[in-house]
Design a binder for this molecule. Structure first.
Ligand SMILES: C[S@@+](CC[C@H](N)C(=O)[O-])C[C@H]1O[C@@H](n2cnc3c(N)ncnc32)[C@H](O)[C@@H]1O
Length: 671
């Protein structure tokens, strides 16, 4: 270290320039160790005596590097500085005031001397070094703000926040790679799919909306890999192009191997499958070598790499599509697994009665007698559409709570933006809808609006739906692929119509096989038999509609020409406006509207919330644990309650155990 303008011969020991502190405090430890304790004071005294009586000691040295100056000056922060020479002959220091200012501003880097000088020195220098490292990192972050590399834009996993996870690495190759483990998942964007057609991009968008994906899944553990499409190596990092569960293949994105724990979701198995298929296609020379830090499979080969899984999936989907009963109006999608057909039932358009011969005979007679009665009563619309329902309501005494059925009370006339109009059903669920028959005046005039079921049956092939794999434990599901307005009929629930007792005999077997596809029909007249619709063997795609505690469909019972009040046709109506791509759901827990003395349903507020009594659709066995995920899902609430209870009991246990612990201080009595 350079010294100020004092020759080394003049000062060979550190000097206490203040004259206040004991001289031993400025001795270096090594020096103190070498001195015998009695001699130490003497030697110090002599050392102080050996200091020449300098009148002026100038510290300013313009040639000295500023850092060295600062370091030296910082070690003497408690020096009394005098500008003028003292009469008493003491040493007077002249310090450059500008330098002094600098000393004040700059942080002291040199260890301050404490009573335990050498320990303090170590501790302080350590603290300073940590501070300096952090400062340096902050400085580096500022100087080199993090920008996403082109590669990274294609990644499915990206670090949280753009500037938060800056690596301090100076290596230009690795500095782009985030070190943090926290990632956000990004649904593939248009940029990530340069070769995708607009319809494919729209499909991805549809999936994004469908799953509300970014919201529901927030970290990498939640997304499963279905299979691997491609491989490349960039700057020594292995990247795999992954087809994710729930996203079509066009949305496959690159992911680093280290971002997915290998043991998770059979990822390592998928990698093995990929390389097995790649080996069959790639010539030996084109295979990646470990030494190469950059590599990509030539495109002419990568397109040909098809794993056994993908082959099997293509075959299965081919078979399923061949079974599609409705042609192009019914889309079938499985972006999750290899599950076989959703059409493990015979597709029928209308309910079919099944039973033994006597039951069939009785069924036929019931039908005839009902038709006869209805015709004899002449319950047809004579002037206006809906009159027949009013008459039949009174006849069957279906509104014991004094509410009489009138069209204007139970339907709302709605004019759509497109210029169409329809009658929106707003009456409570208990009300049956008697559809007008061909004998009604309105039908003859062509002004009939009470014809929802007839229309549904006529258009059953034209309405657009999509059968899709849900990706969770709910199995298959049904999505609307066209818009439905609130109160509009969406689909008829179709299956085998059977006597209730016949169904109950088979029910337990069906439960065991996991084939619970049935709907109980309401009993409105105890003189007739009770019926159930079972769609486990025969039915239509309505059987794939899942349960939700916040549904968008509800069941209304429509009675056709036969006028049998115990044998209505259940039809699912939209509870709210349904956009294309929305999953269709209804509440399996049949809610029964309790008859109120004063019917106030005239305001059209027939919602599920009106219901008071709750029953399970199935009677035997345990109902499934609901996974609808809606806020008011009872099972979810129960789960949360259980979790809370567990946590509370844990807390209580900890508290009680800490209370019961004997205190460390012995009591006076013990002593
Ligand atoms: C009428 S089926 C619906 C179609 C069924 N997802 C399929 O793949 O065939 C009813 C069955 O679907 C499943 N399911 C429907 N909604 C569910 C929900 N919210 N949570 C859990 N499982 C559900 C249950 O296994 C139930 O027994």
């Amino acid at each position: 270290m350079m010294r100020p303008s004092i020759s080394e011969s003049e000062i060979d020991e550190p000097i206490d320039l203040t004259g206040e502190s004991s001289s031993s405090s400025i001795l270096r430890p090594s020096q103190r160790e070498n001195l015998p304790s009695s001699e130490s004071q003497e030697s110090l005294d002599s050392s102080s005596k050996s200091v020449p009586n300098l009148k002026e000691l100038q510290i300013t040295n313009s040639q000295e590097p500023p850092v060295a100056q600062r370091m030296r000056s910082s070690s003497r922060t408690n020096v009394k500085h005098l500008d003028k020479p003292d009469d008493s002959g003491e040493i007077v220091l002249k310090i450059d005031t500008a330098e002094l200012e600098k000393m004040k501003v700059k942080k002291c880097r040199f260890p301050r001397l404490t009573s335990l000088p050498f320990l303090g020195e170590i501790a302080e220098s350590f603290a300073n070094s940590v501070n300096n490292y952090e400062n340096r990192l902050r400085y580096l972050k500022k100087k080199h703000p993090r920008t996403e590399s082109d590669d990274e834009k294609e990644w499915f996993y990206r670090p949280r926040g753009s500037h938060d996870n800056v690596s301090a690495s100076s290596n230009p190759h690795t500095s782009n790679l985030p070190l943090s483990v926290e990632y956000n998942l990004y649904f593939p964007t248009d940029k990530m799919m340069p070769d995708a057609t607009p319809s494919e991009i729209a499909r991805i968008d549809h999936y994004r909306d469908m799953f509300k994906w970014e919201k529901r899944h927030t970290n990498c553990a939640k997304r499963k890999v279905e299979y691997i499409v491609d491989f490349k190596r960039k700057n020594q990092h292995d990247l795999y192009k992954v087809k994710w569960c729930g996203i079509p293949e066009v949305g496959a994105t690159w992911v680093r191997l280290i971002d997915i724990p290998l043991h998770r979701y059979n990822f390592s198995q998928k990698i093995n499958d990929f390389w097995k298929a790649a080996k069959k296609v790639l010539p030996h020379k084109k295979m990646p070598v470990v030494r190469r830090s950059n590599y990509s499979i030539p495109p002419e080969y990568s397109a040909k790499i098809i794993t056994d899984y993908v082959k099997e999936k293509h075959q299965i989907m081919k078979k399923i599509l061949a079974q599609n009963p409705l042609g192009e109006n019914l889309m079938i999608e499985n972006e999750f697994d290899l599950y076989k057909t959703p059409f493990s039932f015979e597709f029928i358009k209308e309910n079919k009665f099944i039973g033994n011969e006597t039951q069939r005979e009785e069924f036929r007679k019931e039908l005839e007698s009902q038709e006869e009665v209805a015709n004899a009563m002449g319950h047809l619309c004579m002037e206006e559409c809906g009159e027949c329902t009013t008459e039949l309501y009174n006849q069957y005494d279906l509104a014991p709570h004094k509410a009489t059925w009138t069209k204007y009370r139970h339907y709302q006339h709605v004019l759509t933006e497109e210029g169409d109009d329809y009658w929106k059903v707003v009456h409570p669920h208990k009300f049956l809808i008697f559809e007008c028959t061909d004998g009604c005046v309105c039908r003859k005039n062509g002004t009939c609006k009470n014809d929802q079921l007839s229309k549904l049956r006529a258009n059953y092939k034209k309405t657009k739906f999509s059968v899709f794999r849900t990706g969770d434990d709910r199995g298959w599901g049904l999505k609307a692929m066209q818009r439905f307005k609130e109160g509009e009929a969406v689909i008829e629930y179709v299956g085998e119509l059977m006597r209730e007792e016949t169904f109950r005999q088979a029910e337990t077997k069906l439960w065991r096989k996991g084939l619970m596809y049935s709907m109980d029909l309401p009993v409105n007249d105890n003189n007739f038999h009770e019926y159930v619709i079972d769609s486990s063997r025969k039915g239509n795609h309505s059987r794939l509609i899942n349960h939700s505690c916040d549904p968008n469909l509800t069941v209304y019972n429509i009675i056709k020409d036969d006028r049998n009040v115990n044998r209505p046709c259940p039809v699912l109506f939209a509870l709210k406006d349904i956009e294309p791509g929305t999953e269709l759901t209804f509440n399996y827990k049949v809610k029964v509207k309790q008859a109120k003395e004063e019917d106030d349903s005239s305001d059209g507020s027939s919602t599920e919330g009106d219901s008071e009594e709750v029953e399970w659709a199935g009677e035997n066995g345990q109902p499934f644990v609901c996974q609808c995920g809606s806020k008011n899902c009872k099972d979810r609430q129960q789960k949360n309650m259980k979790k809370k209870k567990k946590q509370d009991s844990k807390k209580r246990k900890i508290q009680t155990s800490s209370k019961n612990k004997p205190s460390k201080k012995p009591k006076a009595e013990d002593i």
